[in-house]
Design a protein around this ligand. Structure first.
Ligand code: IPE
Ligand code: IPE
Ligand code: MG
Length: 242
């Protein structure tokens, strides 16, 4: 049977910036700075390979627990990178979307987010979802609240439409760099049937070759979605009760 060759939607836990910096006796923020460069390279490479949606974990709801200096460094870096890159993103046809809880973010960060989104709203070549102050549990809880406020039944379809990533299909491939094998509260709902790829490569070192390794691994997998291999090969689906 023909497996999908290129994932339509790739999601990434960009982990390992701190260790990348530590290895070089640099401050952790230098690793985050290099992480931004790595994201630019990755977005370009995804576009060139025909990926249409890239969702990255940039700051988790739990990352506030880090030392204040690192948190404020990350906020500064984020706002600055956005201002610096927005014209290039716009020219490259990237539609930038921010996914996460906007409460608690500084007016400056919020402004760069809104400007980035507005400037790129007309683009459709590659959707780049930046998960910032995001947590999978937050997303499920906010979706449930929204559905309840609308007075709708709390079922899967209604929750799906209220989730923060309702504008894109679920991720096909979920990559985590940096050697840890966990979700860390990333796409808990949307990752139900994602293929996982874990690599020890630290995020700042994640290059085109590393991306190709993940895509090649994805292309060799059989996604069964609960069915049997035979069914996927064209056998008629069960008409049994469900
Ligand atoms: C991921 O890199 C980036 C963010 C969480 C913002 P880390 O900062 O977690 O790097 P390590 O895991 O400490 O190496
Ligand atoms: C996950 O990485 C969050 C981001 C990459 C933004 P962490 O480094 O925060 O995850 P843990 O703490 O190792 O689980
Ligand atoms: Mg980490």
């Amino acid at each position: 049977m023909a497996y999908e060759q290129v994932p339509h939607h790739i999601a990434i836990v960009m982990d390992g910036n701190g260790r990348w910096a530590n290895k070089r006796f640099l401050p952790r923020i230098a690793g985050h700075r290099q992480g931004v460069e790595s994201l630019k390279r990755c977005a370009k490479a995804c576009d060139a390979r025909g990926v249409r949606v890239l969702t990255v974990f940039a700051f988790s709801s739990e990352n506030w627990k880090r030392p204040t200096e690192e948190v404020s460094g990350l906020m500064d870096l984020f706002a600055m990178a956005l201002m610096r890159e927005v014209n290039q993103l716009k020219a490259a046809g990237v539609q930038l979307r921010f996914v996460g809880d906007r409460r608690g973010l500084s007016p400056r960060v919020l402004r760069s987010m809104e400007e980035g989104e507005a400037a790129t709203a007309g683009n459709s070549r590659l959707i780049l979802n930046a998960c910032f102050n995001y947590g999978g549990r937050w997303d499920i809880a906010q979706a449930a609240r929204k559905v309840a406020e609308q007075g709708l039944p709390l079922n899967e379809d209604n929750l799906n439409s209220a989730m923060a990533l309702a504008h894109v299909p679920d991720p096909d491939l979920l990559i985590r760099t940096g050697g840890e094998h966990r979700m860390s509260n990333f796409l808990l709902w949307q990752g139900a049937y994602s293929e996982f790829f874990f690599t020890d490569v630290l995020w700042p070192d994640f290059d085109e070759a590393a991306l190709d390794q993940a895509i090649t691994s994805f292309a060799q997998r059989e996604r069964r979605f609960g069915m049997t291999s035979d069914q996927l090969d064209g056998e008629p689906a069960s008409t049994g009760e469900r």
